[in-house]
Design a protein around this ligand. Structure first.
Ligand SMILES: C[S@@+](CC[C@H](N)C(=O)[O-])C[C@H]1O[C@@H](n2cnc3c(N)ncnc32)[C@H](O)[C@@H]1O
Length: 315
């Protein structure tokens, strides 16, 4: 239940984020035994670069505390959608936190909202959507890949999030989201190879009061087709953006103090004075392209009808 709100003690079966260093973060189950590939029950021992961790040792520990490894130690952290995104088992390409944060903002997600998502993929974005809309909202997530649906459903259950999400196997481009979803959604999110094919179905899924649609696409050609379709179907505020995160490093530096009083070139002066400063250093490498995010608004049904009748009058 540790994904569904904060708690202090780690119980048997909880997921724990094992933090060793900034680049060595893993998810571990707090359980004494696991079933291995041969179907035999064996002791749950997780191997790390700093030695082994017994799953049993996590049970009863406090989230945030240090845990002993056979050759060092780590921190047992409470899972969050952000930490899950960093450590989840990849079954597909996933969406990362800088893009996710913009998606949550632009879709105006908050508790109580109903969201439709496709494809589910590895459930990276789904975990963040669920946290934003729970406890009264709901996520309907669709993927045409049966195994991905089954694993995602099991993962949500295992994380105590099953009541906030419905996973269904569906080809949303060919068949839409289903009549049971019609006029239910406040927002629709698409991470599909051909998102423009799902946009007519998104209109059916959105509430009569309208809503927001977002699409994530790695290639600009996908974006072009999506924007043309959104425009054709009467969406407004169509906007595409790319999120490039720049992380500055904080470092102490010795900075030479310029002597402006004594004549002569500063670089020639022998006795230089230095001052210790805390500085923000721009990264040597910038994070690369992940994908383009396209957002659009569907206005309320009465506004669309009025708009159509005005257009007909003009024509
Ligand atoms: C890149 S993954 C989504 C990753 C997900 N956003 C995440 O953050 O983990 C794309 C998913 O879309 C699914 N997919 C592709 N075409 C589809 C379609 N027509 N209907 C439903 N799912 C589809 C694929 O099976 C795949 O799992």
């Amino acid at each position: 239940m540790s994904f569904d709100g904060y708690k202090s003690l780690i119980n048997e079966g909880d997921t724990v984020i094992l933090y060793l260093t900034i680049s060595q973060i893993y998810h571990v189950k707090a359980q004494k035994s696991v079933i291995n590939k041969k179907g035999v029950e064996v002791e749950n021992v997780f191997q790390t670069p700093y030695g082994a961790l017994k799953g049993a040792d996590l049970i009863g520990a406090v989230y945030g505390s240090k845990v002993q490894l056979s050759k060092g130690w780590g921190y047992a952290l409470q899972p969050t959608p952000e930490l899950w995104t960093l450590t989840l088992p990849h079954r597909t390409q996933i969406i990362y936190t800088p893009d996710i944060s913009m998606i949550l903002l632009q879709l105006e997600l908050c508790p109580g909202k109903v969201v439709v998502e496709s494809g589910t993929g590895s459930g990276s974005l789904s975990h963040a959507i669920i946290r934003a809309v729970k406890p009264h909202g709901h996520l309907y997530t669709f993927d045409f890949h049966e195994v991905r649906c089954t694993i995602a459903r099991e993962e949500f259950e295992d994380h105590g999030l099953g009541k906030y999400v419905t996973v269904a196997q569906r080809d949303v481009c060919a068949n839409g989201f289903g009549d049971d979803i019609n006029e239910k959604a406040d927002a629709v999110f698409l991470d599909l190879p051909h998102p423009w094919l799902a946009i007519p179905h998104a209109i059916r899924a959105l509430k009569p009061s309208g809503g927001r649609v977002a699409s994530f696409s790695p290639c600009i050609e996908q974006v072009q087709k999506t924007c043309l379709e959104l425009n054709k179907l009467g969406f407004q505020e169509i906007e595409t953006m790319e999120i490039l995160q720049t992380q500055y490093n904080v470092q102490k530096k010795q900075i030479p103090i310029l002597d402006l009083k004594t004549p002569g070139n500063n670089s020639e002066k022998k006795e230089k004075e230095f001052k210790s400063c805390v500085t923000a250093i721009a990264p040597a490498q910038q994070a690369g392209h992940t994908g383009y995010l396209t957002f659009a608004t569907l206005s309320p049904i009465w506004a669309r009808q009025n708009n159509n009748s005005v257009k007909e009058e003009i024509n």
